[in-house]
Design a protein around this ligand. Sequence first.
Ligand code: ADP
Ligand code: TZD
Length: 577
Amino acid sequence: MTTNATLAATTTLAEATSEHTDGYHLVVGALALNDIRTIYGVVGIPITDLARIAQASGMRYIGFRHESDAGHAAAAAGFLTRKPGICLTVSAPGFLNGLVALANATTNCFPMVQISGSSERHIVDLKRGDYEELDQLAAAERFAKAAYRVNRVEDIGRGIARAIRTAVSGRPGGVYLDIPAAVLGEVVDAAAGAASLRRVIDPAPRQLPAPEAVDRAIAMLADAQRPLVVFGKGAAYAQADEQIREFIDTTGLPFLPMSMAKGLLPDNHPQSAAAARSLALRRADVVMLVGARLNWLLGHGEPPQFNPETTFIQVDIEPAELDSNQPIAAPLVGDIGSVMGAFVERIEPGRITAPAVWRQELAARSAQNSAKMTQRLDADPHPMQFHGALRAVRDVLRVHPHAYVVNEGANALDIARNVIDMHVPRHRLDSGTWGVMGIGMGYAIAAAVESGSPVVAIEGDSAFGFSGMELETICRYRLPVVVLVLNNGGVYRGDGVNTASADPSPTTLMCRAHHDRLIEAFGGTGYRATTPAELTAALTDALASGRPALVDCVIDPRDGTESGHLTHLNPTGVGHR
Ligand code: ADP
Ligand code: TZD
């Protein structure tokens, strides 16, 4: 069957000359043959022509202002589509700028491929001082799932196929592909070049669990007094939405979504234990992890977050993950779609239920916590605080359930995660496993490019600064992205004082900066909101326009906790409140 991608590949190759092609065209042809439709990057020597040729072939090239942002965009595209996002970087410094995103993607288990041009091998390897000299392959090796180099033009098809399969199969991650400038420029016979390209068949083959492993887990859930299912971003990534819904519906089990699994099942689902999170984790006797690791985000599965008697079931595609923190009593290795499908098939009707006493315990705590939260959200102090601002955002987003939410910061992240309900799978993208700042604009751009849907980026003012220049990219491509800067004038808070000198304190940022004016420089619409009502009006208006916009949300500099919810990780142990 001839697909659009194969057509594009053929056209691209034909364009080189009727008889000859080169490394540039082969890279684009190989990507097109594997249904890659978008490249994110920053151009320069030696990859500028690669971007031009990609555009000429009908592929989209989205040009950024910094490679970290392009890399984060590629990672987000990988998470959203289950196809590796592609990030294109120039040699040495551009490569290194992109490497943060590649490492972050690997940590988050997002598939992406960073393709970087590199300088002359025979000069680099003797350290003779080439233009942008760096042994990039060696540097990338430690920070990626895998790193490869293409040394011959005839290996371009093989290299790209290998990078794609490595990125998406098993536990997804970031792959580095080094292509020296000389290989890109090498001219070869067009027919031989076309014949060297490969289409990867079934890049992430299903991995089925053993039936006895499923039965072991079913027996544990059937005997549990206080069972709990925890969904992580691996479950969202797996696109096994149907199987997961069926499992939760047939068992009636309570569940907790990790932050990027929010919306996999709607946050207002009656079995969601999100509003009783601490109690659910602390009291559960059997916890089933589905695409979620027992890392720091879950207190390593230890007290005080968990009960020391808890037994664990874990569903993961990566066998080495199991037992990494707590002993796993029922390991299930496989892809989440296959594993959850096997559960649904093998559970006899009525075998697994959520005991009524447990359901009531969770419901009572949820009601209590929700009442407290409502009280906080309804308070309307002036100056505006995080909760009031985020209540306004929540209410507007309720009428836009298909909008993507990107979220970073400390308080801006922790509070928004709790306040903003998600109703659709894979619509929330945030700082993730590393708690990294700087993903904001890259993730937002990828979400808009890949989906065409509106995106609302909820940003701490410090967090926004890491990728803020991409406002120009958002405006240049006219993307439907609304950036909300929760501006409390500081890292965490804006009232830091330097008692030692006249310099600003380490946490101080420019008090009362007008971030709204930044986007105006590029033709977008800037708003400034000092009350929840103004924020409601601005966000409503911005979403209705479908145009790039930024709302500077003026927050009380005294609101926010140092390190957000991570006060316990501060070495001094004292967060300022
Ligand atoms: P969270 O931060 O949301 O708790 P993590 O990133 O810690 O989630 O965990 C995601 C887990 O999901 C990883 O251990 C990864 O190996 C696993 N995973 C990713 N994709 C799949 C898949 N298709 N099938 C099974 N497990 C997967
Ligand atoms: N650099 C990187 C790349 N990642 C980080 N996580 C940090 C620095 C440290 N850091 C945090 O962990 S949160 C944060 C930083 C700098 C910013 C918090 O301030 P904010 O958010 O304005 O973004 P709030 O809402 O005011 O807390």
